[in-house]
Write a protein that binds this ligand. Structure first.
Ligand SMILES: [Zn+2]
Ligand SMILES: [Zn+2]
Length: 237
């Protein structure tokens, strides 16, 4: 049986070789990213991260915001390599990419949130339930790895999004006001909230507000990508 399985695996890797999530180069089955892209992908330095806004200290935007979640980690910067890999995942739905992001996010969570025992993991939902739930799928992978239950329907999005990318932070805060609802009480729970990207943080803040209203003890966030530039430019205009 083992021989058959090994043969099948060999055959599968010959037909579908393992490829780097950034450049597509064929790599060893044990990795998600090639050495070259691994050096270039825009990882935030987790040891030098501002946990109030999730960005590296030189990109900190805390002077512009006060958030209601306890802490946040943005694992990558929304730049070339990391952004392209995430968008390739979001639109291709390839599990391989999701595994890569989930693994990197788990490493950051275990390092930065070590000592915090989460009761539940949930993801920021989208309005369109038929759309591929890319953040939810990553949250499920993180849940398996950390052995913390994932609840799919804790949050529901009840308002369609307005185009956020050209809005100021004040407009974004208004846009998301009342957008999410919590479906059951979460009294005294420590929640890990997962999303794809943090820009102004208005969405995560709104979800955290609702979770805290529903009784949550604390809300910690983690996102694959984070972008501080658009926020600084818009406010400084
Ligand atoms: Zn590569
Ligand atoms: Zn900060």
């Amino acid at each position: 049986m083992k021989m058959v399985k090994n043969f099948l695996n060999l055959l599968l890797s010959a037909i579908y070789p393992n490829k780097c999530v950034c450049c597509g180069k064929i790599i060893n089955d044990d990795y998600y990213i090639c050495d070259h892209c691994d050096k270039l992908i825009e990882r935030n330095n987790i040891d030098n991260i501002c946990l109030n806004c999730g960005f590296q200290e030189q990109d900190c935007v805390c002077k512009y915001n006060v958030y209601r979640f306890n802490s946040i980690i943005c694992v990558f910067r929304n730049e070339v390599y990391a952004r392209d890999a995430y968008y390739a995942y979001k639109f291709s739905k390839k599990q391989h990419y999701a595994n890569f992001f989930a693994q990197e996010m788990c490493e950051a969570i275990q390092k930065v949130y070590s000592g915090i025992e989460f009761d539940v993991i949930c993801a920021v939902p989208s309005f369109n339930k038929l759309k591929y739930d890319h953040s939810g799928y990553i949250a499920q992978l993180i849940s398996k790895e950390l052995n913390v239950p994932y609840t799919k329907c804790l949050l529901t999005c009840i308002k369609r999004s307005k185009k956020q990318h050209k809005s100021t932070i004040q407009e974004r805060l208004c846009n998301v006001d009342g957008k999410y609802k919590v479906n059951h009480r979460v009294d005294n729970l420590k929640i890990l909230l997962v999303d794809d990207i943090k820009t102004t943080g208005a969405t995560l803040d709104e979800c955290a507000k609702e979770l805290l209203f529903a009784g949550a003890k604390s809300v910690y966030c983690v996102t694959a990508l984070g972008s501080s530039n658009s926020q600084k430019q818009k406010i400084e205009k």
